[in-house]
Design a protein around this ligand. Sequence first.
Ligand code: PLP
Length: 352
Amino acid sequence: MKPYRIETTCVQGGYTPKNGEPRQIPIVQSTTFKYDTGEDMGKLFDLEASGYFYTRLQNPTNDYVAAKIAALEGGTAAMLTSSGQAANFFAMFNLASCGDHMVASSSIYGGTFNLISVTMAKMGIETTFVSPDCTDEELNAAFRPNTKLVFGETIANPALTVLDIEQFARAAHAHGVPLIIDNTFATPVNCRPIEWGADIVTHSTTKYMDGHGACVGGAIVDGGKFDWMAHKEKFPGLCTPDESYHGITYAEKFGRSGAFITKCTAQLMRDFGSIQSPQHAFYLNLGLESLHVRMARHCENGQKVAEFLQKHPKVLRVSYCGLPGDKYYERAKKYLPNGSCGVAPPAPPTGR
Ligand SMILES: Cc1ncc(COP(=O)(O)O)c(C=O)c1O
């Protein structure tokens, strides 16, 4: 069967009801699940069988929605988190720990900048910030032997800079590390970073994905392409036994397609517990069903607002990559041919 178009995936992805089953995804509002024997339960706990035993780790409603987001992004596995902040923290902390280093675009959401430059720094993880418009030389110079990942946003909030995803992916891979892209503003309707070389994609689903201002949430998607074992000295958390989880070696047991999300769930969700509630996942799914229709309208509105502001006598300058002449117009034509997003901030006199 041909893969669904993105519009169809928004509606049908992640959940395929069988004859007589509910059309909408069921909300499994249960903390725990029933098993007849301790052995059944033990197999789940040891990741020897797939299924559910405690909602902090996995829940069917969340899994349907995560599978839809994985399909939308063209990834192999995904998980939901309680917020976009949790998604970005988990995605980075799944790879970097005390004594490690990261490279990040300097043009990112302020909350993520704080997370990286203050809180993760306190945890002993250092970051070098680079301009999203840096040269290859400047980008390569930011790496250190202990660099574990590169981070950026497709369209940065609020500066609306557009990242050259291919350039950042090339540099990350040349240094043996993955590229994590926060795709919140573009959504997979307008850009699928994995197709441009990104390895992990994150979302604040609070924004366009939910789309109704109803639920704070986040998601992490693994593209399933990064070869952890080829860089095993850099990623001991994925490539050596996890003594806190019965000695499992995630990259061996779950391969490229499943290791990242399984480790993130089994370790970080277990220990930090930032799970999205099944009720919120249900609302998020309703938002996703109309994402393809809403994004087109958001872009149309954003374009009109940007054009209006551009002509307004009291506005000095507008940042919007859909405006011919904008610094990111050409890059947006490549990465965002169908539109960018609905945010069109009037730039202050000293802005870009
Ligand atoms: C690009 C981006 N990433 C992450 C976040 C954080 O998401 P949340 O507010 O869902 O925690 C935001 C929030 O505005 C954002 O714009």
